[in-house]
Design a binder for this molecule. Structure first.
Ligand code: NAP
Length: 310
């Protein structure tokens, strides 16, 4: 049983920043990270919109934040949170690393990638269907691939895939992209990208691995097969909140509601970063959330009946 002032669930930019601020405020802080520090930030190739770093890789930024959190005294464990409940003056957290107690908790567990509901999409996960260009682009070197979606992830990752693949079909269900204009301009200028707009993937087919997709043009109804060696899904994300108690209020889609201090409907549980019900999901907003949640968790503990670590 580990007893901490604060447990931060998630070691992405929000969680690591929260742990830096909380540790500096004197809290004994544990960060639980289920995969690898940095979260989705680590899986981003080049980042160009984090202030102060005109061009930095997700891995570099993740390593820097991780080292900074450790330097400030935060403990970072490779473990996933399974449940969280009120327990006396504080909270009990069951994690893959064991049972923990804390006076306050920050939920900074980010999101997971959604998949399409079409035929073959689930069946071919790991056999040609991927959610991460950085992880899997090497497998499709000199091959033709598809990137599905029209948001920031789709256009950024399609551009990255084009460094490896010979051709990338970008398949989007509308005629307009929701991605930032700068990413749109770069993608449209990339000669290896071919855009199939107002189009939907109807099925993913193959043998052991993906070999083709059937794409339906929504305007004409025509269905066309395209030979591809991989399908990269960038059709949005959903919050990682399986461990949360039902008393924590969420918005439609499961995004955690907070007040201006980032406290949830349960006093002592805060939320920060992409998991939160928010209008912008960026590394810059995640770190800002982390700072605010870390400081407000410390203020909460100052005024709470938490008996601390005695
Ligand atoms: P997103 O912004 O939600 O975009 C999801 C895309 O998938 C949309 O184009 C959507 O189409 C499409 N889509 C959703 N469901 C679909 C379905 N069933 N079939 C076909 N298409 C479907 O998700 P995201 O791109 O993963 O980004 C997530 C968050 O991270 C956003 O806040 C984004 O700004 C942020 N992000 C930022 C950066 C950056 O700043 N460099 C990079 C990556 C991510 P519609 O447009 O028609 O809805």
């Amino acid at each position: 049983m580990g007893k901490y002032d604060l447990i931060v669930i998630g070691g992405g930019p929000a969680g690591l920043t929260a742990s830096i601020y909380a540790s500096r405020a004197g809290l004994k802080t544990l960060v639980l990270e289920q995969t690898i520090s940095g979260g989705q930030m680590r899986l981003t190739g080049i980042i160009e919109n984090y202030p102060g770093f005109p061009e930095v890789t997700g891995a570099e930024l993740s390593d820097a934040m991780y080292r900074q959190a450790q330097r400030q005294g935060a403990e970072i464990a490779s473990a996933s949170a399974r449940s969280l409940r009120k327990d006396g003056d504080g909270f009990a957290i069951e994690a893959s690393s064991g049972s923990h107690q804390a006076g306050a908790v920050i939920s900074a567990s980010g999101t997971y990638h959604r998949n399409l509901a079409c035929r073959g999409a689930e069946e071919y996960v790991g056999r040609g269907v991927s959610f991460c260009a950085l992880c899997d682009a090497g497998f499709v070197r000199n091959d033709t691939v598809a990137a599905v979606g029209g948001g920031n992830s789709a256009l950024e990752e399609a551009d990255y895939l084009a460094r490896f693949a010979s051709k990338v079909y970008v398949i989007h269900r509308r005629d307009e992209f929701r991605a930032d204009k700068a990413l749109q301009a770069r993608a449209l200028a990339n000669p290896k990208l071919e855009f199939l707009l107002s189009s939907e993937v109807e099925a993913i087919e193959g043998s052991d691995i993906v070999e083709r997709i059937l794409v339906r043009n929504k305007k004409t109804g025509e269905v066309t097969p395209f030979a591809v060696g991989g399908v990269f899904m960038f059709v949005g994300s959903a919050p990682n909140t399986d461990y949360l108690p039902p008393e924590v209020d969420t918005a439609e889609g499961g995004w955690i509601k907070t007040d201006a201090r980032l406290q949830t409907s349960v006093p002592g549980i805060f939320a920060a970063g992409d998991v939160r019900d928010t209008d912008l999901r960026q590394i810059a907003t995640a770190t800002a959330d982390g700072a605010r949640a870390g400081v407000n968790a410390a203020r909460f503990l100052e005024g709470s009946v938490w008996k601390g670590l005695s």
